[in-house]
Design a protein around this ligand. Structure first.
Ligand code: SAH
Length: 249
């Protein structure tokens, strides 16, 4: 300490050591206060699970656990990380959004995911829904039509050690035939009709959850179950979602 003070003293002749010590103290105080003012994301996540999920109608244990574990703030742009656990959707760029935490949990719960399941997601976006699913099931396949989002999500999931998620860039309308059949399919973009290629890639008894209805309007979140090869459809709730788009070629 004495040596460094002498060094500082000699490097800035004319400035008294008391002033220098004062500056050092002030810097340390500023540093400490910035450390303590860091948002506590873990606590925000616990509150989100309690207030936005449990106190509503999310009861599926594995879903609640996954929502309490996945660091949602790492899936949104850095400048809005402070809002990551808020009760609404957020913009992730390219005109796309990360869904409200409650909707992610509701869709996850509604497919009744189990450990040995293989799940397909259409609409990777940030990769958050895929990560939540990957905490619960053995393998997740996810397709994103906006190439830059697909690449970003793939890197993000890889860096976060989600080795059981495969990301593909492209139009999810045709599903992922090489990996089919799936126990469940989650479509996170609103379509006007049921994409039949996706239904075909469901196992018997498998479930597909998706927002269905006219573009620009309120859609119904529906759960489709494959029963003896036939479509059984249940309406779950009214929702707003970005549209399911198609590649031209
Ligand atoms: N599940 C995402 C949120 C997705 S928003 C998350 O957790 O962050 C819906 C996404 O669906 C958008 O990124 C949009 O680009 C994508 N999408 C729309 N139509 C698609 C299609 N035909 N195939 C694949 N992705 C599509």
């Amino acid at each position: 300490m004495r040596d460094s003070m002498l060094f500082i003293g000699s490097a800035y002749p004319g400035i008294s050591s008391k002033i220098i010590m004062g500056c050092i103290l002030l810097c340390e105080l500023l540093l400490l206060s910035s450390v303590y003012s860091q948002p506590n994301f873990q606590r925000q996540r616990e509150r989100m699970v309690l207030i936005q999920l449990k106190s509503r109608d999310i009861y599926h244990h594995a879903t609640l656990e996954a929502m309490g574990k996945v660091p949602r703030h790492k899936f949104v742009p850095e400048d809005i990380q402070g809002y990551a656990y808020a009760d609404h959707a957020l913009s992730i760029g390219q005109g796309q959004t990360i869904s409200q935490p409650y909707i992610v949990a509701f869709m996850t719960q509604s497919i009744r995911p189990k450990k040995d399941h293989k799940v397909l997601e259409i609409g990777t976006g940030s990769g958050y829904q895929a990560a939540v699913l990957a905490e619960i099931v053995d393998s997740v396949y996810t397709i994103e039509i906006v190439d830059v989002l697909a690449r970003e999500a793939e890197n993000r999931l890889k860096n976060m050690q989600y080795g059981n998620v495969k990301v593909r860039s492209g139009d999810g309308y045709h599903g992922w035939p090489e990996a089919a059949p799936f126990d469940a399919i989650v479509v996170t973009a609103g379509a006007e009709e049921i994409p039949m290629a996706l239904f075909d890639q469901l196992k018997e008894g498998g479930k597909m959850v998706m927002p269905l209805g006219p573009h620009g309007g309120i859609r119904q979140l529906v759960r489709i179950t494959k029963k003896k090869g036939e479509i059984r459809i249940e309406e779950l709730m009214a929702v707003r979602f970005v549209p399911f788009t198609r590649n031209k070629n």
